[in-house]
Design a protein around this ligand. Structure first.
Ligand SMILES: O=C(O)CCC(=O)C(=O)O
Length: 266
């Protein structure tokens, strides 16, 4: 039976990086205060609740997101409560370890609130790096993903399912049922996984909803999955702490991403 390593917030960052490297996934508990979680939920609520009913009630079996799943992106713009999580020291240390050696500046790749309601089926297993299909598996590591547990994550309520070790697999190897494990974690924990690790939301067979905040990071020289230039308004950019400004693509990556600040002041 595969397992997902789990460490407490105060653990040695080198131990966290090693565990993540080995298993391709890692849970860290006791990281996010209730106040921050409530803030994220409050700021994202109206964006989730205003999604068209037919998006939520229709379940196309081929769709990437199952029915009864609400998803709203643009977290930098919409949820200031999440800003400290974007640059949380644990995420920063893991990004520096897993992405830092391969780029000058890593960046935010996709941000979103993901709510899995009772009755949702499981999501197809996939790799974050499947959007870069041009390299054979196992691909070079280009992405680090995090999922902040705003509510608790359980095997019953749609907790993310992962396949530990699959970041090292070639394309021929398929996961067997006993290799797929649900990340079970109390609210306030964070799950990390590498861009090559197979994962997907679980089915929600419980009576409670599962609410997670996904924040992924990529090396600065690939195109971001979420177009941050169109997701963050210039008014919000002006208010951003410098570390987040760099992550939304307001810093050149080597010779890439040039701009003239007289066109749109940064
Ligand atoms: O909701 C989850 O647990 C996983 C979400 C996911 O894999 C995705 O959005 O790509």
């Amino acid at each position: 039976m595969s397992t997902i390593p789990s460490l407490k917030a105060g653990s040695d960052p080198a131990q966290m990086a090693k565990a993540l490297d080995q298993a391709g996934c890692l849970v860290v508990t006791n990281v996010c205060e209730r106040e921050v979680r409530d803030g994220v939920e409050q700021e994202m609520r109206s964006h989730l609740d205003s999604l068209p009913d037919e998006w939520i009630e229709t379940d196309d079996p081929d769709a990437f997101y199952p029915g009864k799943t609400r998803r709203a992106i643009a977290i930098v713009e919409r949820a200031q409560a999440a800003w400290p999580l974007i640059t949380h020291p644990i995420s920063t240390a893991l990004c520096m370890h897993h992405l830092g050696p391969h780029c000058e500046q890593y960046q935010l790749h996709v941000t979103g609130a993901l709510e899995v309601a009772p009755g949702a089926r499981e999501q197809v297993l996939h790799r974050e790096e499947d959007t870069f299909p041009f390299f054979p598996l196992p691909r070079p590591n280009l992405i680090l993903a995090s999922m902040w547990a705003v509510t608790q994550f359980t095997a019953q309520n749609g907790g993310t399912r992962l396949v530990p070790g699959s970041h090292r697999w070639d394309a021929k190897r398929k996961a067997t049922p006993d290799e797929v494990v649900a990340a079970e974690m109390p609210a306030g924990s964070v799950l990390y996984w590498l861009g090559g690790t197979l994962h997907g939301a679980g089915a929600n067979t419980s009576a409670e909803r599962r609410f997670g905040l996904i924040l992924t990071y990529s090396v600065g020289w690939v195109r971001q999955e979420e177009n941050q230039s169109l997701s963050v308004t210039p008014q919000t950019v002006a208010k951003l702490p410098s570390e987040i400004k760099a992550l939304v693509g307001r810093e050149p990556e080597g010779g890439l991403g040039l701009f003239d600040p007289r066109v749109i002041p940064t």
